[in-house]
Design a protein around this ligand. Structure first.
Ligand SMILES: C[S@@+](CC[C@H](N)C(=O)[O-])C[C@H]1O[C@@H](n2cnc3c(N)ncnc32)[C@H](O)[C@@H]1O
Length: 214
């Protein structure tokens, strides 16, 4: 199921194509060559815009890969920011520090080679944004863990919430319905949380943006 009409997707992509920094293009090329699931240009811009909107300085990413989503957050936070990246693969850390260093966006970076939940528990304080892009079976837990440590007015954001449309229950092919139910469960958990107002933006694979209201 196409989440976004392909022509609309291409149109939005063309508007976002004005970002032509060489390091960004290299990071996208690496994803293409290695089939690495980065969030991509549209979602990246959305992360940056949301971070700028709330003047975010302190961000925690659960599942950072080689730093593509953090690239967009770093554009918003500037050198005064503090961005925590997490991934269990040390090769991703090396790659992220290389790319972000060359893009001169590495000032605010703290990379934890660890499970996102362990690193989150070991990092004190509240955040302006917690962004989640880890293994999908951990999605409900990620929100449960993060929600009380996002400041009022801050955001919980998470990718793949529409799961190629499978969460609708109207996709004939679903090789892992249990995982789909878990993601649907996370969506319902976030939507029903009285401390958050949320919305899933149907770009890419569905990005939830939930603002803490109390
Ligand atoms: C989809 S990729 C992240 C892409 C990244 N957000 C971007 O757009 O550039 C998911 C990454 O999360 C890592 N990962 C998955 N589960 C994790 C966990 N529980 N803790 C830390 N990292 C995890 C994987 O190793 C993988 O590199």
């Amino acid at each position: 199921m196409d989440i976004l009409n392909p022509a609309v997707d291409r149109y939005l992509g063309s508007l976002a194509s004005t970002d032509d920094e060489p390091v960004l293009i290299e990071m996208e090329e690496y994803a293409r060559q290695h089939g690495f699931p980065i969030v991509g240009r549209l979602c990246g811009r959305f992360l940056e815009v949301m971070a700028r909107t709330i003047n975010a300085r302190r961000i925690f990413e659960m599942g950072s890969g080689y730093g593509y989503s953090a690239y967009w957050f770093s554009r918003a936070t500037g050198p005064e920011g503090e961005i925590h990246l997490t991934d269990m693969d040390p090769e991703n850390e090396k790659r992220a520090l290389g790319y972000l260093g060359r893009a001169e966006l590495d000032g605010p970076i703290n990379y934890h080679v660890a499970s996102a939940f362990d690193a989150f528990n070991e990092t004190s304080g509240d955040f302006d944004i917690v962004y989640c892009d880890i293994d999908k079976h951990e999605y409900p837990q990620a929100f449960e863990l993060a929600k009380s440590r996002i400041r009022v007015g801050g955001l919980y954001m998470c990718d793949n919430m529409l799961w190629s449309g499978r969460v609708t229950g109207e996709e004939p092919e679903d090789s892992n319905p249990e995982l789909t139910r878990t993601i649907d469960g996370a969506n319902r958990l976030i939507a029903a949380d009285p401390d958050y107002r949320s919305f899933i933006l149907p770009i890419r694979d569905g990005v939830v943006c939930a603002v803490r209201v109390r």
